[in-house]
Ligand binder design. Sequence first.
Ligand code: TYM
Length: 329
Amino acid sequence: MARVFSGIQPTGDKHIGNLLGAIRHWAVMQDEHECIYSIVDLHSITVPVDPAALRASTLSLATLLVAAGVDPDRSILFAQSHVPEHTELAWYLNCTATYGELKRMTQFKDKSGGQESVSVGLFDYPVLQAADVLLYRAGLVPVGEDQRQHLELMRDIAIRFNGRYGDTFVVPEAQIPPVGARIVDLQEPTRKMSTTGGTEQGTLLLLDDPKRLRKKVMSAVTDSDGEVRSDPEAKPGVSGLLSLLSAVEGTPVADLEARFAGSGYGDFKGAVADAVVELLEPIQARHAEIAADPGEVERILAAGAERARAIAVPVIEDVRAAIGFAPRG
Ligand code: TYM
């Protein structure tokens, strides 16, 4: 059975795209796989971040992940910076990855565009991401659509390293869900939902209260033809809401089109809002319960890091031997 690894950045409020594209599947995969989930705080410092905010958001994301179904007894849940082998392996892989392939990463182009100063870390981000997964010899990586290119690069790095030094890494595969892998911004539906690149009103935060969630859904942009039908080119707003509802309910878009044939946009949006609130309310309730004992989440992360290191350290020793470093004695 393939081992599973995935990661999520602590900074930026988490939204329903993170849940539908990734976190929800992380919870399901625990039933059949050994799963390792990381709060990737090292990735968060590729752009300037306030230290107090980083600390707080790491703990609050751990709380949220547990509330959303990540079970720390069955899975390993840890903060990336607590396992120093991630940075060690990233260096080794830096010497395998090429400048040319990193330059082609669209996420880097998007994030660096228009910035006056761009850190080397932001450029190198996908190599650290490759290290995250390869360090555990994970075979499956559940992620949303926006991570596809990073996963391709990760595979190329693993294959190249294995070719050069002998079979060391498992070549991982992306697991991108057929629905929900690209939830769009409700105000600018040609863009993905994102707390860094999207609009505030068009982003459904996992911890928004029900009133706010409803308001955001009800004010989603649509179009003037009044038909609840999916056509991402001509009707991006309505299409985005249909795929959101499809992912939330697990109902195919065609069935939703049939259900809402003849309905106005107001009724349709009302149904989307109800479904979103119904999905998020229990998560919010569990979040409040867990957050009442902040010590608990720190204990979960500490135990997770210890379990992660038990896997990572022997792999790093294999990597070091393969590269040809003298034994550490
Ligand atoms: P991050 O923190 O941006 O996002 C976490 C997960 O949420 C998915 N996602 C979405 N899915 C659907 N619709 C959206 N609008 C949407 N926005 C985000 C992302 O695809 C992701 O699965 N580089 C990664 C974190 C990372 C990682 C890793 C992932 C670091 N190391 C190793 C997998 C394996 C990132 O920034 O995700």
